[in-house]
Write a protein that binds this ligand. Structure first.
Ligand SMILES: O=C(O)c1cc(=O)[nH]c(=O)n1[C@@H]1O[C@H](COP(=O)(O)O)[C@@H](O)[C@H]1O
Length: 269
């Protein structure tokens, strides 16, 4: 999907909500466990109930890999369901990959070609040659971890290196990479106060902002500093939406939570 198509969807739906499908068999409604493929059935029900309220789904790959072959099959099935029924929705493989060049190319092929995701999260630590193989795929997006939502973000990301914080080097240096127009960045909602400075460095880039809901980030604060002229944000909530109930009403309860966030987002248009 092109950035322009994503921007159009955001305007059309008055939403920049991303729903995280972090599907955990210990948390989904017990009645689903009796079926053939509980992970896919859960995802399908959540997607059907919420797709009109969001512009993106983020599938955290760890939650699928944890179940081995069955998990991977449920991941594939979810992607096929999304791409055949809702091709206008942006998909994110939250895989946090990155390796030397030829290995990154294989990761890129796995997630962009084989699974047909629109984007992937990538760790920037290994530098240019680990990122450019992902950027070579046009109309696909590489979402670099810049300033993450977790407490450990302060171990390295905010430390001074060559006179500036490391996350600022990530933002500035990555903009010099080949095909940098295919870059987006992760900034945690719990770090909303940093967004003003981040916007000065990357005014036009899309930011994926996880951490609203279960991690306590505030949508209002994210909007105050993070919005740009195209909106420029994908705000993710996973547990706060998909586990709103673990009864038979789980999908409608998730839709209610998603509608709350979308309602707040609509005020920004
Ligand atoms: O890359 C991510 O998506 C990510 C980056 C980050 O800084 N913090 C963060 O929480 N995430 C992911 O975003 C999701 C947050 O989930 P909830 O806290 O349940 O809304 C999880 O899939 C995390 O792995």
């Amino acid at each position: 999907m092109t950035t322009e198509e994503l921007v159009n969807q955001i305007q059309l739906k008055k939403s920049f909500l991303c729903i995280g499908l972090d599907t955990d068999l210990d948390k989904i409604p017990p009645h689903l466990l009796e079926g053939e493929d509980p992970i896919f059935e859960f995802n399908k029900a959540i997607i059907d109930a919420t797709q009109h309220l969001c512009v993106a789904y983020k599938l955290n790959i760890a939650f699928y890999e944890a179940y081995g072959l069955k998990g991977w099959q449920a991941l594939e099935k979810t992607m096929q369901y999304l791409n055949s029924n809702f091709p206008e929705i942006f998909t994110i493989a939250d895989a946090k990959r990155g390796d030397i060049g030829n290995t990154s190319t294989r990761y890129a092929r796995a997630f962009f070609e084989e699974l047909d995701f629109d984007s992937i999260t990538v760790a920037p630590y290994m530098g240019r040659d680990s990122i450019e193989p992902f950027l070579a795929f046009e109309s696909r997006h590489t979402i670099l971890l810049a300033l993450t939502s977790n407490p450990g973000a302060f171990d390295f990301q905010t430390k001074q290196a060559e006179g500036r914080e490391l996350y600022k080097s990530v933002l500035e240096i990555s903009q010099t990479y080949k095909n940098a127009h295919n870059l987006m960045y992760v900034v945690g909602a719990t770090k909303a106060e940093y967004l003003k400075e981040i916007r000065e460095l990357v005014p036009d880039s899309f930011l994926l902002v996880p951490g609203v809901g279960a991690q306590g980030g505030s949508l209002d604060e994210v909007c105050r500093y993070g919005l740009n002229k195209n909106i420029g944000l994908l705000v993710n909530s996973s547990r706060g939406i998909i586990y709103a109930s673990n009864g038979v009403d789980f999908a409608s309860a998730a839709a209610e939570k998603a509608a709350e966030l979308q309602g707040q987002m609509a005020l920004q248009f």
